[in-house]
Design a protein around this ligand. Structure first.
Ligand code: CTP
Ligand code: CA
Length: 220
């Protein structure tokens, strides 16, 4: 599809975007994290601001510059991400591009864990699901958009998430392919809604961001 990128077409809209990984601390020097560069979410925040939206970007630990005109809130853990996103509501749209850790260590050791036995078992507990919470909240944005990085049965898993989390759109991509997805500047997405599927890319994440915003703008 053609990116409209219509200058000012999001003027007056409030958009909250989450981006990057989360890090769940284990001790003062170690964490459980994931491979997310944050580039997709930052590109969406940048494009939305360029198109006139008032943008809050809740960013996990990444080394990326703050896009022009974007209000950035830095967080580290899934719990902090949830608090920052909920504090940024109400909004017209929430775009959950963050790769949120699903589990966090049950306890954070005060001191560095020393090695001793040959094996170490970590107890992990579920983190809050910010996307589901936003979609179920009293101040639900009109458009709630999730991301789904999948290695197999992409459409099946993505549509399950769309339904179970009560989303308007979900942007799915297959991960594990060389040159696409994590850490890359390019990606390809399939965006599912209850009744449609749109293929975006392969294209630079900056262009995908505008194409995704076109689909969101239609719903605002
Ligand atoms: N998400 C979230 N909070 C979590 C986990 C996920 O807000 N604790 C959001 C992500 O930002 C993304 C969407 O949910 O927009 C889907 O993330 P994904 O990891 O693909 O799905 P999960 O629901 O976590 O399911 P699973 O990892 O088992 O596939
Ligand atoms: Ca997950």
């Amino acid at each position: 599809i053609q990116a409209q990128g219509g200058a000012g077409d999001l003027l007056g809209r409030r958009i909250v975007v989450s981006a990057g990984p989360t890090y769940e601390d284990l001790d003062p020097v170690r964490y459980v994290g994931n491979r997310s560069s944050g580039k997709m979410g930052f590109a969406i925040a940048a494009a939305a601001a360029r198109r006139g939206a008032e943008v809050t970007l809740v960013a996990g630990p990444v080394h990326l510059p703050t896009p022009a005109g974007v209000h950035r809130v830095d967080v580290r853990s899934a719990a902090q991400l949830r608090d920052a996103v909920l504090a940024a509501l109400p909004a017209d749209a929430y775009i959950g591009a963050a790769a949120v850790a699903d589990y966090a260590p049950r306890t954070v050791a005060d001191n560095k864990i020393k090695k001793s036995a040959d094996t170490l078992t970590l107890e992990l507990v579920r983190t809050p699901d910010t996307l589901a919470e936003v979609a179920a909240s009293k101040s639900r944005p009109r458009c709630v958009v999730g991301f789904a990085a999948e290695t197999e049965n992409v459409e099946g898993h993505a549509r399950d998430k769309l339904r179970k989390k009560n989303l308007d759109l979900i942007a799915a991509n297959r991960v594990g392919l060389a040159g696409s997805g994590f850490e890359s500047d390019d990606n390809a997405l399939t965006v599912y809604s209850a009744d449609a599927a749109r293929e975006l890319g392969p294209a630079p994440k900056t262009r995908l961001a505008d194409q995704l915003l076109d689909l969101i703008a239609e719903r605002l």
